[in-house]
Design a protein around this ligand. Sequence first.
Ligand SMILES: NC(=O)c1ccc[n+]([C@@H]2O[C@H](COP(=O)([O-])OP(=O)(O)OC[C@H]3O[C@@H](n4cnc5c(N)ncnc54)[C@H](OP(=O)(O)O)[C@@H]3O)[C@@H](O)[C@H]2O)c1
Length: 241
Amino acid sequence: MTVLVVGASGATGRLLVTHLLEMGKTVKIIVRSSDNLPTAVKNHENLSIIKASVLDLSETQMKEIVRDCTAVASCLGHNLTFKGIYGRPRRLVTEATRRLCQAIQQNRPADAVKYVLMNTTGNQNRDLNEPISFAQKCVIALLRLLLPPHVDNEKAADFLRTEIGQTDRFVEWTAVRPDGLINEGQVTNYEIHPSPTRSAIFDAGSVSRINVGHFMASLIIDIDIWRNWQGQMPVIYSTEK
Ligand SMILES: NC(=O)c1ccc[n+]([C@@H]2O[C@H](COP(=O)([O-])OP(=O)(O)OC[C@H]3O[C@@H](n4cnc5c(N)ncnc54)[C@H](OP(=O)(O)O)[C@@H]3O)[C@@H](O)[C@H]2O)c1
């Protein structure tokens, strides 16, 4: 079982890769640079590193990369610099999701491949009637205008929800929605909900990146957890101490 991780050099992505390797999986990553990876990960015998910017890969290269993968996970996000937020690619997460899913579909695998997207509680699951206040709607509308990465996150999940949908033969998906991300050294207790239980804007909770990585790895590894959340957009909070 090989798992492809994109965004693997990021703060959450490298923790996801660490969890997957610790769980005994073979992992393939596409990174622009491996400098941020912990040495133990970089030198792990079950890790293979493809040095590339994911959107620069051709259709043929993507098909070849995903051919032996039973799961693909994305922890991609825009770098928090002016260029990262307002420069190109404006649709990094959406385009990577679309192209990777299409590469999987074109390969026509015998068993559906799992796609796990790291998304955000700032995005609603429009398959469900998730109520948000008028004030929150106004703030989200402002974020859409001012922050292109927010729109990118929304469109990436919308692609999975509406274009892959619930009955695709080749791709099954889950969009994990973390609340405010924090850094912690160890996995702690966390809660998973189908929808936010608090306002992502006015009463945000928090979740450690290591817990997000752990849940994403558990979705890939544990079929019961997968069946529970497949085709949904689970929200994750670290349990308050
Ligand atoms: N901050 C929060 O509280 C919060 C809450 C919920 C969800 N989120 C979402 O969670 C996601 C990941 O968060 P994070 O903190 O783990 O992110 P991060 O540390 O910034 O990692 C981002 C990853 O995306 C890659 N990347 C950025 N621009 C790229 C490009 N143009 N081409 C190829 N790869 C590129 C980075 O690669 P390089 O190392 O090469 O730059 C890195 O691997 C983001 O989508 C964010 O919106 C954030």
